[in-house]
Design a protein around this ligand. Structure first.
Ligand code: ADP
Ligand code: MG
Length: 238
């Protein structure tokens, strides 16, 4: 069963057509990278999947259930943004457990989930700190920890590394990729960075002007680009 099915999805803002009939099927366990130039509609697509924005037309299915009218909190997704949106007055520990607290998860279970992700992300020494006492990379790890403890059907990442410096970005890429392999999560990862797409994805969806131009594995995208845009954007040899 597909983790996510998008059918004939369109989105208009007034007279601007941002998404033009998108069809996309993502299998459980895939690491899909959605790549394309700034303004092509990547965040809009992700926000519609998350329920933060509404489709003008088409359907979104998560885990076989049509979710067009389902509020974000009931969609079984977790989202990580480039702005980490941690609660500044809470410690790292509280930032990670707050969501579980709200969902009424038992204390012992919260502690177990926290210990698990803290170990996975190597943030155990940071649990008592406030976000202001963390580096950019550490904050991003905490934001990921908060998403991970939800154990959702689908992870949505919107350019999570774009605020980090180049060296840290490379490290975090590898870390996210390892994380994917270890927990077998289904991830949709948005970026405008071709290298990020090539190194992280099991499949890449290349977007341009509100249309998915090609959806294939990195090797196919590189060697057999579907059109001139894909070839130029992904740097395929002429
Ligand atoms: P990307 O994430 O690929 O950079 P976005 O999805 O953020 O692109 O935006 C796609 C297009 O939709 C852009 O032209 C942007 O200006 C427009 N857009 C996004 N959100 C809104 C909105 N709330 N109202 C009007 N236009 C919007
Ligand atoms: Mg965006």
């Amino acid at each position: 069963m597909a983790a996510l099915s998008i059918r004939a999805l369109s989105k208009r803002y007034a007279n601007l057509e941002v998404l033009k009939g998108i069809d996309l099927d993502i299998e459980s366990g895939e690491f899909t990278v959605l790549v394309g130039p700034s303004g092509c509609g990547k965040s809009t697509l992700l926000n519609i999947v998350a329920g933060l924005d509404r489709a003008s037309d088409g359907t979104i299915e998560i885990g076989g259930r049509v979710v067009n009218d389902v509020p974000p909190k009931d969609r079984d997704i977790a989202m990580v943004f480039q702005s980490y949106a941690l609660y500044p007055s809470m410690t790292v520990r509280q930032n990670i457990t707050f969501g579980m607290e709200c969902r009424g998860i038992a204390k012992a279970e919260q502690e177990k989930a926290l210990a698990n992700v803290a170990r996975l992300l190597q943030i155990e020494p940071l649990l008592a700190r406030k976000p202001s006492q963390l580096s950019g990379g550490q904050r991003q790890r905490v934001a990921m920890g908060r998403a991970l403890v939800r154990d959702p059907l689908l992870f949505l990442f919107d350019e999570p590394l774009s605020n980090l410096d180049a060296k840290l970005r490379v490290e975090m890429r590898m870390e996210i990729k390892r994380l994917h392999q270890r927990i077998g999560a289904t991830i949709i990862y948005v970026t405008h960075d071709q290298i990020e797409a090539m190194t992280m994805a099991t499949r890449i969806a290349v977007m341009h002007r509100g249309v998915v131009q090609q959806f294939a594995d990195p090797d196919t995208i590189y060697r057999y680009p579907a059109n001139l845009f894909v070839a130029r954007f992904m740097g395929s040899p002429p």
